[in-house]
Structures are given as structure tokens and as C-alpha cells.
Design a protein around this ligand. Structure first.
Ligand SMILES: *Cc1c(COP(=O)(O)O)cnc(C)c1O
Length: 469
């Protein structure tokens, strides 16, 4: 080792000193120390690797400080925290899908800090069933005779597959090749099937599957017909797939269940959004003859992450008896949030769901807010204007529905648009926007009106707080 590099190594601060010099990150001290140790080790390794090469121009202390601060910032930013969604994607899987109504959050709060009758029958003074009430409500909401709730729709499907398709000789899950899809959040239908011990029995082709294709697969190995709603893309032209009601007949004739994974879980009519497409509702899927229908709680239902299964009482009862069900059950906070959301839907108050309000808020209203924001930022070094865009429902639903929307468009004068976009992401609160036609855009449709002030403050900080870089 050269003298220069061993001198550099000796000049490295102690863990304690480096932690002190990094300033207050607001993180628990054991985390700070762990990060400092990791970064110092990395710096040491880099020095040893660079042995004999020219040293960096920057003084070692400053380099260490910069690297540790940025590592601590990274860690702090990775904490789960509220962010402002300027993407215009209403149900954004990376942003925790559906924001909950304030009344739902208030109910969670009360349940969280107190004891609750989660598994206790108050009238009988005896052990009760977790989620009894919400299951009854979901049954009524979906016009189904029973319901069960698990952690997410993927878990619902795994439970269904394990119950119906893992007992030889009946292990074949009959599914159209056109439905072997990947849905956002890394949900791949073929992988879920394999993980559940089921055998994939593909029928038809990517674009065309006929009723006859299904009928041919109804042999001794057939365990169920599974239909998966292709919510996140669409096929046009030479396409064919049988109606759910027709599949229900084929399954019934073969004496096996017909399972419909509708994914989105819309409880309202989605044709009012201007697209020429609509999401199937659970009630429709049940009416079309599905034995079981599953969907997510946090997509179009507008509730917490959950997987909901509705359908015939004896199938639901059998699923709940599966030992595996125990591993998929939800906690009190989720069940409480779902209960409040379902009650709200049963009361006909879907419009109180933030996702519904965002879908329906008139452009004129967004325009009024945009005008106020743009006027408030007129003194900043940026050409800030009111722009337009198309918001999307997201959550793997309604891919062709584009909701006209209003944006704040920014062309910063002192920094590049991509730099502004990045600075906004790491601001307080973090704001996620997008770049279109060279401008940074924030779609107001997915920004809560009460966040407008925070948006203005964050833009001010990002546009003024930085120099050309
Ligand atoms: C989103 C989706 C899933 C996965 O749901 P999670 O609740 O994220 O597990 C499954 N099937 C379909 C059709 C979906 O759209």
C-alpha cells in the first residue's frame, strides 16, 4: 500500500465522529450508526482498490460527509410516508393504491388504540368469528350468499387453487391462454397457479378461445374453470372469448366450480368516465353464474389492501376450513377499514371515496385551483402555466379510459426539468410528477385540494433553493 493511501485511511473519521458530523437525520441512532459503518467500510474498500491511483481532488472529510449524508437521506426517504401524487394515476400500485376516506381512517384510529371485539361475540359472551360483520356486508353488496376476506387478491386465488386444484386426480385449472397475464405488482397468473400446486391446463390461443376449447378440457383431471379479468390491457381486432355465463354452464355440466377473478372490484358503474369500457362488478360476475368471485380491496372498491372472495355459502365455508386460511387472515386494522368502506358503499355513498371524487371532480374545479397555484408562483424562476393531460384510473383497470385533466406545467429557468422532477421527489413532502414535452407536469386530479398549499411551498423550495446544477 502506498503512503498516500494509508495516510488517507488513517484520516478516515471514527464511526462516532462521522455520525456526529452527518448532522441530525431524525433517524434512530442505531440506524445512523449502521449506515455510517457501512459507508465507511465501502470507502475503505474503494481506497484499497484504488491503491496507487491518483487520489480524488475533494478532501477526504468532505467526501465522507457527503456520502454518509446522502446515504442517510436515502434511508430516511425510504420510510413509508405520505407523498403527493401528481402523476394523474388515481389507483397507483406503487403509491399504495386507494387513499382511504377520512372517516375510515378515524375508525381505524379508534380500533388501533383500544381493545376490540375482533374475535368475540358480545351478545353471547363467547368466542366469535373474525370479520363476521364485514363478510355479511360484502355478501349483501355483491348479491352473494357468503364472503371471506384474506390479505390480497393473490392470496385469495392461492387459497382457492389450493382448495379446489391440489387434490389428485383433479388438479387441472382450465384457463384461456389469453388470460395468462401479468398484472401490476408482480402478479403473474401462471406463477400463482404453479405455487399453489395446481396444474395449468391452457386452452385456446392468445387472441381466441372458444367455448369448444373449454369443453374439450373437461376431463377427469379438470378441477375448475378460472377466468381472469384482463384489466390492464386490451386486445382489439381478431379476438374471441366466451361470456362468463357460458363458462358457468360448461363448468356446471362438468361438475366443477367456475371461479372468476375480476381483480378491480368495482362496486359502481364505470361507464360514466367517458371510456367505452367497463369493469365487471362482483354482483354481475355472481349473477353470471360464477361459484366464487375474487377481487382486491384496494383497487376500485376504494378500501384497504385485502383479497375478497364472494360466492356460494358452501364453497366459502370450505375455504374457511382450509388450514391455510389461518395464514392469510387479515388483522383488525384492515378488517376495520374494510368494514367502514363497505358500510359506506352500502349506504350509497361511494362518492365519499377519494378515488371516486378524483374520478369525477370537474375540470373547471381543477382549473380554478391551477389558476390559483400558477398565480402564486409567478415570481419564481420558472415559466409556470396551466396545462392539460389525461388522468387514468390505474390499478390494472380501464386501460382505455382517459379522464381529461388539468396540470401545473413548469419550465424551470435555473435547473433542468429532470432536476426539478428529482428535487420534488426528495422534498418535504415528496411530490411525484412527470415530464411531457420537456415540461414538468403535476396533474391536479390526483392531488388533494388540501395539498395545494404544500405543493406551492415545495415548488417554491425546489425552484429557489437550488442553483444551476
Ligand atoms: C390486481 C389483480 C390481482 C392481484 O391483486 P392483489 O390484491 O394485488 O393481490 C389479481 N387478479 C387480477 C385480475 C387483478 O387485477
Amino acid at each position: 500500500m502506498t503512503d498516500a493511501s494509508s495516510a488517507q485511511l488513517r484520516a478516515l473519521p471514527s464511526v462516532d465522529r462521522a455520525a456526529r458530523e452527518a448532522g441530525d437525520s431524525g433517524l434512530p441512532r442505531p440506524l445512523v450508526l449502521a449506515v455510517v459503518r457501512r459507508e465507511l467500510a465501502a470507502i475503505r474498500a474503494r481506497m484499497a482498490h484504488r491503491d496507487g491511483h491518483a487520489a480524488d481532488e475533494q478532501p477526504i472529510d468532505e467526501r465522507v460527509r457527503t456520502q454518509i449524508r446522502s446515504a442517510l437521506d436515502d434511508l430516511r426517504l425510504s420510510r413509508i410516508q405520505p407523498i403527493i401524487n401528481g402523476t394523474g394515476i388515481i389507483v397507483h400500485t406503487n403509491f399504495a393504491r386507494s387513499p382511504l376516506p377520512v372517516s375510515v381512517a378515524a375508525a381505524i384510529n379508534q380500533t388501533a388504540i383500544h381493545y376490540s371485539n375482533l374475535e368475540y361475540h358480545l351478545a353471547a359472551g363467547d368466542r366469535g368469528w373474525r370479520g363476521d360483520y364485514v363478510e355479511f356486508g360484502l355478501g349483501v353488496l355483491c348479491a352473494a350468499s357468503a364472503a371471506a376476506v384474506v390479505n390480497n387478491c393473490a392470496a385469495a386465488l392461492v387459497l382457492i387453487l389450493r382448495h379446489f386444484a391440489s387434490k389428485p386426480p383433479r388438479t387441472h385449472v382450465v384457463i384461456s391462454r389469453g388470460e395468462l397475464v401479468q398484472i401490476g405488482g408482480g402478479f403473474r397468473v401462471p406463477e400463482i397457479l404453479q405455487a399453489s400446486g395446481a396444474t395449468l391446463r391452457e386452452v385456446g390461443t392468445t387472441n381466441k378461445t372458444s367455448l369448444q376449447d373449454y369443453r374439450h378440457a373437461m376431463d377427469d383431471g379438470a378441477a375448475m374453470i378460472l377466468k381472469v379479468h384482463r384489466g390492464n390491457f386490451f386486445m382489439n381486432g381478431f379476438v374471441e372469448s366466451p361470456e362468463p355465463a357460458e363458462l358457468a354452464v360448461v363448468a356446471r355440466d362438468a361438475g366443477i366450480p367456475f371461479i372468476h377473478d375480476i381483480g378491480g372490484g368495482a362496486m359502481f358503474d364505470t361507464t360514466d368516465l367517458g371510456g367505452d369500457e367497463r369493469e365487471p362488478t362482483a354482483a354481475e360476475a355472481i349473477a353470471d353464474g360464477a361459484d366464487l368471485v375474487c377481487f382486491s380491496g384496494d383497487k376500485l372498491l376504494g378500501g384497504p389492501q385485502a383479497g375478497i372472495i364472494v360466492g356460494s355459502a358452501h364453497h366459502i365455508a370450505a375455504l374457511k376450513k382450509e388450514p391455510f386460511f389461518r395464514a392469510l387472515r387479515c388483522d383488525k386494522l384492515v378488517l376495520c377499514a374494510l368494514q367502514e368502506t363497505v358500510d359506506l358503499l352500502l349506504a350509497g355513498e361511494a362518492e365519499r371515496l377519494p378515488i371516486r371524487r378524483m374520478m369525477h371532480i370537474p375540470e373547471s374545479e381543477l382549473h380554478r385551483r391551477a389558476a390559483r397555484i400558477v398565480a402564486g408562483l409567478a415570481d419564481l424562476p420558472s415559466r409556470t402555466t396551466i396545462g392539460s393531460s389525461f388522468a387514468q384510473v390505474g390499478g390494472g383497470t380501464l386501460p382505455r379510459t382517459k379522464i381529461p385533466s388539468v396540470t401545473i406545467d413548469l419550465l424551470p429557468r435555473l435547473i433542468s426539468p429532470s432536476r426539478l422532477l428529482a428535487d420534488l421527489r426528495v422534498g418535504r413532502p415528496p411530490i411525484v410528477g412527470f415530464i411531457h414535452d420537456g415540461a414538468v407536469k403535476l396533474d391536479l386530479r390526483t392531488i388533494f385540494p388540501e395539498q395545494d398549499e404544500a405543493v406551492m411551498a415545495a415548488l417554491r423550495a425546489a425552484l429557489c433553493g437550488t442553483v444551476i446544477g
